[in-house]
Design a protein around this ligand. Structure first.
Ligand code: PCA
Length: 211
């Protein structure tokens, strides 16, 4: 059976004019090169709208794999996130709102672990020459919101509907042309693409074995 993959990225935020995560999500859907049905969506950087969008996309597409992507301005490697927490703070978001202490899903569990096979993913990314590491915090902003909401949406399914095999999130560095002098070097788009494609290969392979 052809696996269905949902890849989300984000629109630019915080005054930036590009967001590698949205661009790479669309690019991966276009030229991933696998026998998979890959759908990409660019999400708003707006508290609650981001999680509502991912929840609706999961309900609509019933994916085997959900891979969230987001920009981490200070990152110099791909960062595979391990945990989504039920906490939101930050802003102003793209609707101009600021938050201090909110739950992503009111009354939801404190946290979920990503269901990605993280060690295998890191080995595959690094195996194709792309620097990567794992991360124990996806932060408290829209990226963590999307990871938590996706894990929550999938955890809540009854066993007969638990067709989601793998849910996780990757923080991406900026592209070199986005980085100001003296603040790191960023990572070229093509290199990021190659790392993400290697991840997809592992995830799709795993999804095929599971079905
Ligand atoms: N990065 C932000 C939100 C959108 C994005 O691309 C984050 O790390 O939460």
């Amino acid at each position: 059976m052809t696996p269905t993959v949902l890849i989300t990225g984000f629109e630019p935020f915080d005054g930036g004019d590009r967001n590698p995560s949205g661009e790479l999500a669309l690019e991966l859907a276009e030229r991933h090169g696998f026998a998979a049905d890959v759908r990409a969506e660019v999400l708003p950087v707006v508290f609650r709208k981001a999680s509502a969008a991912v929840r609706d996309l999961i309900a609509e597409t019933r994916p085997d794999i959900v891979m969230g992507l987001g920009l981490a301005g200070g990152a110099s490697t791909l960062r595979v996130e391990r945990i989504g927490v039920n906490f939101f703070r930050g802003g102003p978001d793209n609707d101009g709102d600021r938050y201090e202490d909110e739950e992503v899903i009111p009354g939801g569990p404190a946290a979920y672990f990503s269901t990605f096979p993280i060690a295998r993913l890191l080995a595959a990314i690094e195996g194709c020459g792309v620097p990567a590491r794992d991360s124990l915090s996806a932060g408290s902003y829209c990226c963590n919101e999307v990871l938590y909401a996706a894990l929550h949406a999938c955890a809540g399914r009854s066993p007969e509907h638990s067709e989601v095999a793998s849910v996780g999130f990757v923080h991406l560095p900026p592209f070199p042309e986005m980085v100001g002098e003296g603040s790191g070097s960023g990572m070229m788009c093509e290199l990021q693409f190659r790392g993400l494609q290697a991840m997809l290969g592992v995830l799709i392979g795993a999804a095929e074995t599971a079905t």
